[in-house]
Structures are given as structure tokens and as C-alpha cells.
Design a protein. Structure first.
Length: 284
């Protein structure tokens, strides 16, 4: 069971670690649906020593067919990338982004599912860092190669639980859909071939687990949010979204309060591409 300080790190805590010269890798994982390449923004300003990580190219493997828009990478590919990012064995890894914790939560999920234990999401992201007038650097960072070893090669059967489409359909788990309400209802579908949601799923947008300043909700507020949606405190939870990215935000929020949740990595992009699977529409 995880706790807050095993999932998140505050700006104050990260600044102190940098000041102390602690062994540390900082990864800038800027990504958003309408701007998947965050490198130009990274080059214009990033945390000191931060290395840019491409969610599309390094935290996904598009050579895999039939598993949605962002299939999980293999552990071997991830290990090679992580060493290029300068990650050393047992050092602290801090991930951050500038959009609703999507990129950083994906990185946190992928790295911890692969077996890295010491990974933290910067609570509040880049905006929180800037708001306290911490230093910003520009241009690329080329770190010394790391030596990290990734224990799990198959992230679909790695350290974090996952769901297959068959398991998502079978029931026996509270399935939450982390997409925006209009996509859940099937009013619109800008990315995938079919609109709607997995039958039996409940809508819990990933943005709902964040406060107005982009930090994660505290345990009490998150517990109330789950209760308001009729999610039992002890119920096993599975989460999905469009392609397994923003559902990681929900999973990280739950993990920080000690509640594990399984990810359906292919999410709606995988589900909606299979005409044999049922589709629900509307608010329920």
C-alpha cells in the first residue's frame, strides 16, 4: 500500500533535494492531446537539470497493434530510454508536466509498473514551481548516462495491476471512466471511431481528482468525491480513459490515499475499435 509521499513531492521538498545535491533525475513530460510534442515548450523553460521525455515516443510503443493509441512500452525499451535520461539505480526520479498531471502521471505509472520504486509526481506541476519563483533553465539538457535496471519487461503484467477488455467487461470491479463527461455520455468523440463508454462504468474525470491549482485532492476530499459517486470505500477499482494516459492521474490520486486501482491500458481507443464489444451511451 502506498502513501502520499510515495507518489507525490511538493515544490518545497524538490527544491530542498536539489539544494542538498541529492541523487536525483528530473523528467519533463509535457504532453497534451492537442500538443503532443512538448519539446519546444521544454526548450523555452524547464526545471533545473530536467530532461525532456516524449510521451508518444518513449512512454508508448506504437509498433504494437490492437492495444489502443498509446500501447505500453516494453521494459527493455524503457530501460534504454531511462539510461539516456540519466536515471541511476535507486536514485529519486521526479516527473512533472504543465497540463492536468497527464504526462507526469503516465510517466509515474509506466516507470513504477516497470519496477522503479522511487518515482514521484511534482504536485501542481510546472505552474506550482513557477508560482514560488523557483529557478528556470532554458535549452536542452544532456545528462551523463544512467545505469538503472528495469525489473519487468512486460508492463501489462508488471508491478501495477492492469485489466484486459475481457476483464473490464466481466464486472466484479468498479470501473471508472476518466474522460470528460461529454465523451463518456457519447455526445462527442473527437479521437476514437465510436462514441460512448464501457457498459457499467462510472464517470470520474481525471480533472476531478485535482484541486483548482492543479495539485491532487487530499484524502478527505477524494474520499468524498468517491462517495458522491457511490464508489464503496473497499470496492476494487479499475480505471480507463481514451488511451490509458489520463486514467493514470486517477490511479495516482487513489494510490496516494492508499487505494490501488487497475489500469485498462488500451482504454476506450482499444475498446471502440472492436465491433464485438458492447457500447453504452448516456449519463449511466
Amino acid at each position: 500500500m502506498e502513501a502520499r509521499d510515495q507518489v507525490r513531492i511538493t515544490v518545497t521538498e524538490l527544491a530542498a533535494a536539489i539544494e542538498a545535491g541529492d541523487p536525483l533525475s528530473i523528467l519533463d513530460v509535457r504532453w497534451r492531446v492537442d500538443r503532443p510534442d512538448g519539446r519546444p515548450d521544454y526548450l523555452q523553460g524547464h526545471l533545473p537539470g530536467a530532461v525532456y521525455v516524449s510521451l508518444d515516443d518513449e512512454l508508448s510503443d506504437h509498433t504494437i497493434a490492437g492495444r489502443g493509441r498509446h500501447p505500453l512500452p516494453s521494459g527493455r525499451r524503457l530501460e534504454a530510454a531511462a539510461r539516456e535520461w540519466g536515471i541511476r539505480q535507486d536514485s529519486l526520479v521526479v516527473v512533472y508536466d504543465d497540463w492536468n498531471r497527464a504526462g507526469s502521471a503516465r510517466a509515474w505509472w509506466v516507470l513504477t509498473a516497470a519496477g522503479l520504486a522511487n518515482v514521484r509526481i511534482l504536485d501542481g506541476g510546472l505552474a506550482a514551481w513557477r508560482s514560488t519563483r523557483q529557478s528556470i533553465e532554458t535549452g536542452p539538457v544532456k545528462p551523463q548516462p544512467g545505469n538503472v535496471t528495469v525489473p519487468h519487461d512486460d508492463l501489462y503484467a508488471g508491478r501495477r495491476p492492469t485489466l484486459t477488455a475481457k476483464q473490464a467487461l466481466a464486472g466484479g470491479i468498479t470501473l471508472v471512466d476518466a474522460r470528460a463527461p461529454e465523451r463518456f455520455r457519447g455526445d462527442v468523440e473527437p479521437l476514437d471511431p465510436v462514441a460512448g463508454h464501457i457498459p457499467g462504468a462510472q464517470n470520474l474525470p481525471s480533472t476531478a481528482v485535482l484541486a483548482g491549482d492543479g495539485t491532487f485532492l487530499g484524502d478527505f476530499a477524494l474520499s468524498q468525491l468517491l462517495s458522491d459517486r457511490g464508489i464503496h470505500p473497499e470496492a476494487p477499482i479499475g480505471a480507463y480513459c481514451g488511451s490509458g494516459v489520463t486514467a493514470s492521474v486517477t490511479i495516482a490520486a487513489l494510490a496516494a490515499m492508499g487505494r490501488p486501482a487497475a489500469l485498462f491500458p488500451g482504454s476506450w481507443s482499444q475498446w471502440s475499435s472492436d465491433p464485438t464489444l458492447p457500447v453504452a451511451r448516456g449519463p449511466e
